[in-house]
Design a protein around this ligand. Sequence first.
Ligand code: ADP
Ligand code: MG
Length: 188
Amino acid sequence: MINCWVKKINSRANLKKEIEYYFCTMHSTAYILLGSNLGDRMSMLLAAEDLIQSKAGVISAISKVYETAAWGNTNQDAFLNKVIELKTSHSPADLLSLLLETELELGRVRNEKWGPRTIDLDILYYNFEIINSDKLTLPHPEIGNRRFTLVPLCDIASDYIHPIFHKSNADLLVHCNDQSEVKLYSQP
Ligand code: ADP
Ligand code: MG
């Protein structure tokens, strides 16, 4: 009888490991920052999530939505931002292509640097990969400098360790020099 229970418990533990193994090997984890300050901002974020899920993988966690005054070129509307966790089988380069394609589908026009945009999709992390190519920098170089990135990121990945700074996102937020107000957004 006891042996029978031990067997059952072991097989459950193995099943759990098998599932974890499956997800670890079949899927990478990416964190993506979504931002919008043009048009119906909330609808843009939701449309982007739908497109990302249909093209690029499975969204496994979503932060709350935050509103922040625009950076750089400040003569424009405030941004709404959120961060999603995506399980994906696409390589970092392919994922970036899919996100740039999604930006275009949602009416993104690149006029000026830091100008208003219907949607901006930035890869913050892809597993613990470090990449410095012409088209892609990972982790995203500005993570530690922007509260509008760190606040939503900490909703879903506060313990995730930055592979270059070797600090958690929660630590990066505590030590971030950015003073901007990042307000929790509730739809009017
Ligand atoms: P920004 O997000 O800084 O406002 P853009 O959205 O216009 O700028 O992106 C410009 C380019 O940045 C993209 O075409 C892409 O090739 C490059 N890029 C480099 N690293 C990343 C990253 N981690 N995530 C998204 N884009 C990136
Ligand atoms: Mg971008």
